[in-house]
Design a protein around this ligand. Structure first.
Ligand SMILES: Cc1cc2nc3c(=O)[nH]c(=O)nc-3n(C[C@H](O)[C@H](O)[C@H](O)COP(=O)(O)O)c2cc1C
Length: 302
């Protein structure tokens, strides 16, 4: 059987499939379900300093080609992250703790807390598109991006991943983060979007706009991974519309070494999703003569 093990930013994973932040990673029950599904590591919901209630419903709209969501970073606050980490460790899985702050000090504080609570990796949410004061709002300047990365790197020893959305600044942002020692990039977050109810004449989400995910953003995610890998040959975790072996292989061939799955977990509600994708992947690899998953990484580049 072909090798599916990968090593990313110094962390070993038995296969490349992780859940995406925001999908079942905010409490013990959710973590148990992800472990049961067979993910190789657990990515937590983005944790902030204080608990956040998030927006009022409607917060998520199913579309033909994905979801539009504006949850508003609802989470129980960083003081509760330890129970999520412990639940994942009970299953023997590494935990990637996603953190979201409003400035470099917040990020440094959250990073220290997460490491102390046992996180194996940090994921900096620099890309939520619908929560004012967080995500894309705080990465608008090179200076802020640099300060957030360096403040986190100076307080923790564990690997640090940074999650970016697509923008025309992507390559510049990636360059700054990598030069500050960020260990891997997570590409991409949801893209800004809006859906209007034409009978009511108003946007459907209570927040009016939200983040688009699922198959609709897959080609944008593949493009983003390809461009960043082409430029820097760095460790990348691809996110956006992965739902089967083919969308997974595309991400790997574009340069991702691991992938995260969000929308497909919710929309398929299929406990065998991971198993099915891995079986199909192995079949494809055997048919095409690939003996090791690492051979696929960046395969599509010249
Ligand atoms: C309901 C929902 C909640 C999300 N919450 C977060 C979050 O807390 N932090 C984050 O970085 N990304 C969050 N995301 C974005 C996902 O992690 C992922 O980047 C995006 O959905 C694209 O992947 P997908 O097409 O597989 O869903 C969320 C997405 C959805 C659909």
């Amino acid at each position: 059987m072909a090798n599916l093990q990968i090593r990313i930013s110094g962390i070993n994973l038995v296969h490349p499939l992780l859940n995406a932040s925001g999908i079942l990673g905010s409490n013990k029950e959710g973590v148990n379900l992800l472990a049961l599904m067979g993910f190789s590591g657990i990515v937590t919901k983005t944790f902030t300093k204080k608990p956040r209630k998030g927006y009022d419903p409607p917060i998520i709209i199913p579309l033909e080609y994905g979801f539009l969501n504006a949850v508003g970073l609802a989470n129980p606050g960083i003081d509760k992250v330890k129970e999520v980490i412990e639940a994942a460790h009970e299953h023997g899985l590494p935990v990637i703790v996603s953190i979201g702050g409003q400035n470099p000090d917040d990020f440094a504080y959250l990073a220290g807390k997460a490491e102390e609570a046992g996180a194996d990796v940090l994921e900096l949410n620099m890309s939520c598109p619908h929560t004012p004061g967080y995500g894309i709002d705080i990465t608008t300047t090179d200076k802020l991006l640099k300060e957030i990365a360096s403040s986190v790197k100076s307080v923790v020893k564990i690997p640090v991943w940074a999650k970016l959305g697509y923008s025309k600044r992507l390559i510049k942002e990636a360059e700054i983060l990598l030069s500050e020692g960020i260990d891997a990039l997570v590409l991409i977050n949801t893209l800004p979007g809006m859906v209007i109810d034409v009978y009511v004449g108003k946007p459907i989400l209570s927040n009016k706009y939200g983040g688009l995910s699922g198959p609709a953003i897959h080609p944008v995610a593949v493009y983003s991974v390809y461009r960043v890998y082409q430029e820097f040959r760095c460790d990348i975790i691809g996110v956006g519309g992965v739902h089967d072996w083919k969308t997974l292989v595309e991400m790997l061939m574009a340069g991702a070494r691991a992938v995260q799955i969000g929308t497909a977990i919710i929309s398929f509600n299929d406990k065998l999703l991971v198993k099915r994708i891995l079986e199909d992947l192995l079949k494809y690899m055997e048919e095409r003569g690939f003996k090791d998953i690492n051979e696929l990484v960046g395969y599509a580049l010249d």
